[in-house]
Each structure stands twice: as structure tokens, then as C-alpha cells.
Design a protein around this ligand. Structure first.
Ligand code: HEC
Ligand code: HEC
Length: 293
């Protein structure tokens, strides 16, 4: 306690504050006390922290944590919020499930609700195959255009969604594009009819191809499903071949492949997974995207 105790008695003449006893080349360090307001804040936060630890979950233990006297948890808070949301929505959801499409379309509030619900359900269940905006891709139909394989009225879409397409559901939309390879048609005939199909939507066909012969093969083998004018049949899910919209592709190789091996895209039946109200909302949303032929 030599220099320090001796020096600590020193009081700075200018400020009236005692010094710490540290001195460098004649400059002494003032022992200024912490400001009172700062100290109170420090004590205040200590008290707050102790209170917080008692009331809220705070201290990690070996396999759990202190739960706090309020029993609050982030997960519990979210669950409660979701339950609130669901009970707030319940009257609308039930009304939607009970309403006919005509009722829904007449009621702007319900229509807006159905579109919003449908949009959310589409993102969760459908976007993976049909694309985020319903734009589709090869083998997964575009739902934004007003071109339908199975019909674009609300009831048609509802039926498609509930039972699926070529799904395990006995009421599913069914019927395939048959296999014409394996001896049903000769490769030259398949090539001819493929060229004829391309010509229907104005695509280039090599010079000298006998389109009349292709047309005859079409009338004999294809018109039963695709129609005499090749405009398709919503009952059978056979696409319109004249509209420049292609599910699988318009290049000759893709068309020949489809005729050779057949086609039959599968869409799951949603009736088992989604409730009737959600399916209605989805139908309304899908129809809003493009439609309702
Ligand atoms: C596993 C992929 C997949 C999922 C998921 C899926 N779809 Fe599909 N969807 C398809 C395929 C494939 C087709 C076309 C089947 C065919 O070739 O006829 C289709 C057809 C449709 C059609 C008929 C279009 C028309 O032109 O008639 C509608 C409507 C539709 N889907 C809506 C939906 C909605 C709404 C959902 C979400 C609830 C959904 N899809 C989820 C694969 C899927
Ligand atoms: C039994 C009914 C049936 C017959 C007969 C039939 N089709 Fe199809 N065709 C379909 C169906 C259904 C689809 C849609 C398949 C799907 O959605 O996966 C289809 C799809 C197609 C496609 C694909 C269209 C696209 O947008 O990608 C072409 C091309 C086609 N058929 C041409 C023909 C030709 C050519 C013949 C005659 C040689 C023929 N079809 C005979 C039912 C039929």
C-alpha cells in the first residue's frame, strides 16, 4: 500500500474529485464515480432479468429447461394463434363447404375468401406439378389458359380434383391415349398421321408428305376420341389437336412417341386428402386463373 494508498488521498484541485492513484508523467487519473442514472439502469436490468427468468422459460437444463411460472412457449403461442385464426375462419369455411358454386359466385365476400383459400391451398398441394402460377410444364397441363382436357366449368374442375385423373379412385377421369406402335399401325402410317396432326395447327410438314393419306389414318384411328375435326373431347380427356397448345410437345418426335407408346397422365385424387370446402376453393381459384369453357 505504498504509492497507491498515499496517492489515493490526493484530490484534484481543479475538479474536486479524488484520483485513482495512477499517474503518468504527472497526469493523474480521476476517480470519477459512475453516473447515478447509469447505475440505476444497471440495477434495474438485473432486477428485470431475475424477474424474467422466474416468469419465462430461461435456463437450459440437461434434457429440458426451466419453464417459467407463466408456462409460455413460442410453439404454444403459435398453436394458440392458429387456433384463433381457424375459429375466426370457421364460419366462412363451413359456409363455403355448404354453398353451391352459384351461391359462391353471387357473394363477393365468399368469392374473395374462396380465391384466397384456393390460392394458399394451390401453393401447398398443386404448385409442385403445375408450377407456382399454374403455368404447367411438359405432361402437366397449363391451368392458366382456357384450354381444358376435362372441362373448365367449376363443377368439372371440382370433379377432376375430387376423384383425380387415372388415379386409384374408381370415379377417376379415365381413358388413355392407346398404344399404336407394336403392330397396330406401321411406322410409315404413324409418321404420316403425325405429320397430319402437325398440319392441323399450321406446323411445318416436309414437302411431298401425303397429308390426305394421313387424314384418312386419322379418321379411321383417332377421330373416335379426338373428334372428326380433331377438336378433342372433354368426356375422354382427349386434347384438341388444332389449337397450338400441347401437353407433351409439338415436335414430330414427341408426337410419334405418343402415338407409338400411348399416353396417360396421372393426377392424384384430392377428395381423400382435402376437405370439400378446400376443393371448392381450389376449383374457384383454378377457374380464376383461366377459364371457364
Ligand atoms: C403429381 C402431380 C400433380 C399434382 C400434385 C397435381 N396435379 Fe393436377 N394434373 C396433373 C396431371 C399429370 C394432369 C393431366 C392429366 C392428363 O393428362 O389428363 C393434371 C390435370 C389437372 C387438371 C385438369 C386440367 C384440364 O385441362 O382439364 C386440373 C384442373 C388440375 N390438374 C388441378 C390441380 C390442382 C388444383 C391440384 C392441387 C390440389 C393439382 N392439380 C395437383 C398432375 C398433378
Ligand atoms: C381412346 C381414345 C384415343 C384415341 C383412339 C386416340 N387418342 Fe390421342 N389422346 C387421347 C387422350 C386421352 C390423350 C391425352 C393423354 C394424356 O392426357 O396423358 C391423347 C393425347 C394425344 C396427343 C398429345 C397431345 C398433346 O397436347 O400433347 C396426340 C398428339 C394424340 N393424342 C394423337 C392421336 C393420334 C394421331 C391418334 C390416332 C392414331 C390418337 N391420338 C388416338 C385419346 C385417344
Amino acid at each position: 500500500m505504498s504509492i497507491a494508498s498515499h496517492e489515493s488521498e490526493h484530490v484534484d484541485a481543479h475538479t474536486g474529485t479524488s484520483t485513482t492513484g495512477h499517474e503518468w508523467d504527472g497526469i493523474r487519473e480521476l476517480n470519477t464515480p459512475l453516473p447515478r442514472w447509469w447505475l440505476w439502469m444497471l440495477y434495474g436490468s438485473i432486477v428485470w432479468a431475475i424477474g424474467y427468468m422466474i416468469v419465462y422459460p430461461a435456463v437450459p437444463l440437461v434434457s429440458s429447461y426451466t419453464k417459467g411460472v407463466f408456462g409460455w412457449s413460442a410453439r404454444g403461442a403459435v398453436t394458440a394463434e392458429l387456433a384463433d385464426l381457424q375459429s375466426a375462419r370457421a364460419p366462412m369455411v363451413n359456409a363455403l363447404a355448404a354453398a353451391s358454386f352459384a351461391d359462391i359466385e353471387k357473394d363477393p365476400k365468399m368469392l374473395a375468401f374462396a380465391r384466397a383459400q384456393g390460392k394458399a391451398a394451390f401453393g401447398d398441394n398443386c404448385a409442385g406439378c403445375h408450377g407456382a402460377g399454374g403455368g404447367g410444364s411438359k405432361a402437366f397441363p397449363n391451368l392458366v389458359d382456357d384450354d381444358w382436357l376435362w372441362g373448365g366449368k367449376l363443377e368439372d374442375i371440382q370433379q377432376t380434383l375430387t376423384h383425380g385423373i387415372r388415379s386409384a379412385d374408381p370415379q377417376a377421369r379415365a381413358g388413355n391415349m392407346p398404344v399404336f406402335g407394336e403392330g397396330v399401325l406401321k411406322p410409315t402410317e404413324i409418321s404420316l398421321v403425325a405429320d397430319y396432326v402437325r398440319s392441323l395447327s399450321g406446323l411445318d410438314v416436309a414437302k411431298g408428305v401425303d397429308l390426305a393419306a394421313g387424314g384418312k389414318i386419322f379418321a379411321e384411328n383417332c377421330a373416335a376420341c379426338h373428334g372428326d375435326n380433331a377438336k378433342g373431347n372433354l368426356e375422354l380427356g382427349s386434347p384438341n389437336l388444332t389449337d397450338e397448345i400441347w401437353l407433351y410437345g409439338s415436335d414430330k418426335a414427341t408426337i410419334v412417341e405418343g402415338i407409338n407408346k400411348g399416353r396417360g397422365g396421372v393426377m392424384p385424387n384430392w377428395g381423400e386428402r382435402l376437405d370439400a370446402g378446400t376443393i371448392k376453393a381450389l376449383a374457384v381459384y383454378v377457374r380464376t386463373l383461366g377459364g371457364g369453357r
